[in-house]
Design a protein around this ligand. Structure first.
Ligand code: TMP
Length: 211
């Protein structure tokens, strides 16, 4: 496959979406073809599944139901958005992907990691990111930022933002473990730096990779 697949990961409130957007703008300016997408979401059907997953009306959803909804949205997203864009030679920037399932449903919810790996492989037909940017910060600060953003945009907390601090600590530890296991693919960035500085660091790393 000709394109380049870059994913953004991290706990809540680390600024992934902002950084993905800034990177997309910078790469487009340099003449690259870029597709910016996210999980869950990225197609009409996957966006509808996203709505079900984040809606706090479904706070009691079982971990397995949650898992299958994420994987269902991933199948359609990879088939309709990610793979075609990579085949056209684009740089695909994806806000969360399979690592989020390992971190949240695995380390966060306690589902079997081997089950998650099998389902991730099935859902993506073994598609793996070339590069994963992990925006990292302590959960207490991430959640504070997520709450501030919700207040500014008059948005309610979603199902995950309502989870306990302990849950988010497990998720962060999961991400850090994934990073240790995939040193070549992961780039860890301190999410507490100012937005512009974080962006410059990410751009430098990605440019290094592209050259
Ligand atoms: P966000 O894209 O706004 O961060 O919201 C997506 C939420 O879904 C976030 O809390 C992380 C969660 N998530 C999972 O639990 N598993 C997954 O596989 C993915 C992609 C996201």
């Amino acid at each position: 496959m000709a394109g380049l697949f870059i994913t953004f990961e991290g706990i809540e409130g680390t600024g992934k979406s902002t950084q993905a957007r800034l990177l997309a703008q910078a790469l487009k300016k340099k003449g690259y073809r870029v597709v910016l997408t996210r999980e869950p979401g990225g197609t009409r059907l996957a966006d509808r599944i996203r709505h079900l997953l984040l809606d706090r009306c479904h706070q009691g959803m079982s971990p397995l139901t949650e898992l299958f909804l994420y994987e269902a949205s991933r199948v359609v997203h990879v088939e309709e958005t990610v793979r075609p864009a990579l085949q056209r030679g684009a740089i695909v920037l994806c806000d969360r992907f399979t690592d989020a399932t390992i971190a949240y449903q695995g380390y966060g919810r306690g589902l079997s990691l081997s089950l998650l790996k099998t389902l991730n492989q099935k859902a993506t037909k073994n598609l793996q990111p070339d590069l994963t940017i992990l925006l990292d910060c302590p959960p207490i600060q991430g959640l504070k930022r997520a709450r501030g953003r919700n207040r500014r945009t008059l948005t309610c907390q979603d199902r995950f933002e309502r989870e306990s601090l302990l849950f988010h600590r497990r998720v962060r530890q999961g991400y850090l473990k994934l990073m240790r296991q995939n040193k070549k693919r992961f780039i860890k960035i301190n999410a507490l730096l100012p937005i512009k500085k974080t962006h410059q660091q990410i751009l430098k790393k990605v440019e290094g990779y592209l050259s």
